[in-house]
Design a protein around this ligand. Structure first.
Ligand code: FAD
Length: 286
């Protein structure tokens, strides 16, 4: 099923992001995580993509196929384009069609020193138009409520996002953020720019001090005072930080839900304990 259908009649989604395990031998262990995640009835599970591999050795597709066939949950496959040419993207597209996968999160990816960037696709929107012209996938795109680190300002950010939506992106999944007000301001700017597709907020419950610092520096996420105080207070008490981090994420999610967002996309870090605790916290709300 195409995930864009869910939103057409006002539906809201609960979805998870997972990543394929690094080693082939660990692919079976992912079932322990999927057993829990799928029991929570997500509307879809998105699977991240590591650029560089060929279509044949790509674990993302294998994992997405497993989610669909074994767990009967809709997968969304992340696909980056900066390191691939049209022919290679066609190979991925055909492998997805063969696996019965209908949803792609079309991403540019990041330049890397160890992999040559190719010329066919400079931005995600280039791949969105390519896929929409040639295939029948539901194509999703990424968005950045606190702006992508490479964007000069929010005006450029929204302008380029509008190009991506005009190219055919039907749903937007957001980068993680810790300050809901930034998400609401971003949504308002998108509305002004006539970006009228569902924008799903991405929430990462952060429960370890090192993880919080890494996320803030990697994603350039704003670190609100209320959250900073929690980290300062409990960074040397892992159990307390876990509880406080979960409560913070839950309060973000509840605030988003009562403010009429189209759903919640949870960055699970493949940790079923976190996903279960969040779902238990909102089971009577969503
Ligand atoms: P784009 O939409 O192409 O934007 C990149 C930058 O270029 C932005 O600053 C944008 O404003 C600018 N831009 C866009 N169009 C134009 C234009 N026409 N002219 C000038 N500038 C323009 N990475 C992975 O490698 N694997 C993953 O699985 C993965 N999953 C992700 C999931 C989500 C929900 C998110 C938010 C990110 C994910 N990423 C992943 C990271 C992503 O690949 C990087 O953030 C990357 O730097 C940008 O990708 P994009 O698709 O947002 O790029």
């Amino acid at each position: 099923m195409k995930v864009s259908e869910i939103y057409k009649n006002g539906g809201k989604t609960l979805s998870f992001e997972i990543f394929p395990p690094k080693k082939d031998t660990e692919l079976n262990n992912i079932d322990d995580t999927l057993d829990v995640l799928c029991e929570l009835n997500p509307d879809f599970i998105s699977v991240t993509f590591g650029a560089g591999g060929s279509c044949n050795c790509n674990k993302t597709i294998e994992l997405a196929r497993r989610i669909k066939d074994k767990y009967k949950v809709e997968p969304v496959v992340h696909l980056t384009c900066l390191h691939y040419n049209q022919h290679e993207i066609d190979e991925f597209a055909h492998a997805l069609i063969d696996a019965g996968i209908e949803n792609i999160l079309a991403l540019r990816g990041d330049a890397r020193e160890d992999i040559v960037s190719k010329d066919d696709f400079s931005y995600a929107s280039d791949m969105v138009s390519y896929l929409k012209a040639k295939y029948d996938f539901c194509v999703l795109g990424a968005c950045y409520p606190e702006k992508h680190p490479e964007s000069a300002n929010m005006i450029d950010e929204v302008k380029h996002l509008k190009t991506k939506v005009s190219a055919g992106a039907e749903v937007l999944l957001s980068q993680l953020f810790f300050d809901n007000n930034n998400f609401y301001e971003f949504k308002e700017k998108c509305e002004i720019a006539d970006i009228d597709v569902p924008i799903i907020p991405g929430i990462m419950p952060v429960v370890k001090a090192a993880q919080i610092k890494r996320m803030v520096s990697l994603c350039h996420a704003a670190f609100p005072e209320r959250f900073r105080k929690i980290v300062d207070r409990y960074e040397n008490n892992p159990e307390a930080l876990f509880d406080a981090g979960m409560s913070y994420a839950l309060s973000q999610i509840i605030d988003l839900l009562v403010n009429d967002t189209h759903g919640i996309h949870l960055y699970t870090m493949n940790n079923p304990v976190i996903a279960r605790r969040i779902c238990e916290g909102i089971k009577n709300i969503v």
